[in-house]
Design a protein around this ligand. Sequence first.
Ligand code: GLN
Length: 196
Amino acid sequence: MVKIGVLGLQGAVREHVRSIEEAGAEAVVIKRKEQLDEIDGLILPGGESTTMRRLIDKYDFMDALKDFAAKGKPMFGTCAGLILLAKNIVGYDEPHLGLMDITVERNSFGRQRESFEADIPIRGIGESFTAVFIRAPHIVEVGENVEVLAKYEDRIVAARDGQFLGCSFHPELTDDQRFIKYFIQMVEEAKSKQLA
Ligand code: GLN
């Protein structure tokens, strides 16, 4: 069984733990950087990206997260986590982790629609998936090796760049395990390659 960590500094941590366990993998809440050595893949949850960044710096996680990525281990960012992964953020000079070859824009669905649900098709996952958007970012631009997995109203809301997976919405807030299973499969594949 693969072990999936959820960065436990802030945000929707418990919801991801529940969803990982329901999908049949082992979940670990990551509160210290040393714990990253124990896991095969990592989820950066939704919450508030600026707060999470502050805590990443405070608890000295930045280099450890980049080392984790450099080992080829998969990372999955949901909502604020997607913003943390992105190489570019509209209106900001510097990214946070800057690992995934995408440009994101924060809070891009407007105030009157702070949160909403939409059923959207997701490539490799299914024809209809209930996506829960909460002050969600969207992906403005993707690099050439990035696979677009889903759009909503012509905006990219899910994508994969090799070992990095990201979405604007919160799959962990539904009982549908298909998205997390997709990530678990990425982690299993990466792990079997590392063992080979
Ligand atoms: N608006 C938040 C941010 O910019 C993301 C919201 C979320 O994760 N639900 O970090």
